[in-house]
Design a protein around this ligand. Sequence first.
Ligand code: GCU
Length: 596
Amino acid sequence: MNPFRIIVMFFIFVINLYAQDINLLTNIENRQKQSLNGQWKIIIDPYETGYYNYRYQPRTDGYFENRKPKDKSELVEYDFDNSEELTVPGDWNTQKEKLFLYEGTIWYKKSFQYKKKNNTRSFLYFGAVNYEAIVYVNGKKLGEHVGGFTPFNFEATNELVEGENFVVVKVDNKRKREGVPTLNTDWWNYGGITRDVDLIDVPDTFIKDYFLQLKKNSLNEIFGWVQLEGKETLQEIKIEIPEVRKTIKIKTDENGFAEFHFSVDLKLWSPENPKTYTIKIISQTDSIEDKIGFRSIDTRGNELLLNGKSIFLRGISLHEEAPFGGGRANSEKDADTLLNWAKQLGCNFVRLAHYPHNEKMIRKAEQLGLLVWAEIPVYWTILWENKDVLANAEKQLTEMITRDKNRAPVIIWSVANETPVGQTRYNFLYHLIKTAKELDQTRLITAATEIHSEKNKITLSDSLSNLLDVIGVNEYIGWYGGTAEDAPKTSWESKFNKPLIISEFGADAKFNLHGDAHDRFTEEYQANVYANQIEMLKKIPFLRGMSPWILTDFRSPRRPLPGIQDMYNRKGLISDKGEKKQAFYTLQNFYRKMVK
Ligand code: GCU
């Protein structure tokens, strides 16, 4: 057997191993589903009385039972149905004034009708819950999940009954030192069931997951795999691309797994032409459709190559915060507004910081033609030596890649932001990078590293860059250090012969606050920082992209300055009310000149 085939088989076996491990269904939007979005009953439980008894031991009769007193003498000290409500999906902080700063447990309950079907399995799927979730159906525990920005699902086939059912979720967004992220972040710790909840129905043996992408260094060779879940593992499967009349047939093995590769000429996905193809995967017991774009992404020295051609990433960073001051973004409309602002800026690239954003954002980028940097919240100083912290970060990475691996716009996975140079951090990130490479060899790996300039000279020296395909650097010349005018005087050096992306630069400005270009927090100050940064960036020979910090002002508990910040980081080019600042046009002009 040729050595290349053995290597591919090995990688695919490992990918499958990880995919199996998290048991995550993918491509939810094209599956049979019942939405559980809407109004949910809640109980705010700062003392976790619904979970622990007075001896702080887990209760057997907790709020997950959704108990009703049998008669007037029975003692039940909670009642979901007469309690207040929250909208799902949505964070709780911006829905109720009293929950604006709340960090703790809230119990959510939703009653719903369900019709049992033969030869059908059911999974409860959550787009995301921040931060810890314990899920129960009809009083029975289905499972737990940690991590506020990635999807998870639990099987509920045996717990569901014909007719009235209820799901209870204990949500806890308390920050933890051993968390990922850890205690301090420069974003709001929005709590709640922040993304869609769906009940997914699939056949007894169903198509759990699949992967289709261009093979590395090829523009017309597709490889991929299909993973069935269920008893009937040995099946014939058809993969169809109707638009180009391409059909292949494959056979799954005793593990329900089959891999394939075939050549086909397709129009490649690019920002200029975000072309996707309808793909049909048909097994003997199940079928699923998806819209997939095909593009190759690679590096050659310090060049970035999209579909074999050198590309410069004209980007902007953004948080997953709804426009117009609205808490966690989770709708197609939110994605449309935010990403169209990025298009108006002249972007072909967005850095979705600092955690995986919702799938609607990624699919919107696919439609609009925006390349994506996706990231997990290994942010600042987490506990590098703690193996549970590593396992948590690895799981979030695996969930992110599993969900978005078929999305053409995602070209880069980022494993960390502004983490301190050191051996334990190096080892930690080494593992994450290895996992990412095992799960997906088609994309590039990066991290946002920090630099320190000496006498207007910056030398990239973080040894982590040896492990990265693309080096990300956050620098704040003119805000956290030096003056704006220091930037164009600053030279850059790198011994890594790899592409550099300036993943952050910027300055705070309160919309409509005006003054001299050196008056902090004025629009003039921010625009001046941008103008000088652009002069510097133009001169960096190995620069291949940038994603200034940041598209819109966003909430942060670290920004109390009254009358200016008021709990907002004001580095947005657009205010929290959608007002464009001067620097928006400074960057837009630069990007426009670039494409001319
Ligand atoms: C950091 C960090 C961001 C933060 C920004 C800022 O670089 O990565 O999360 O918001 O700086 O200070 O504005």
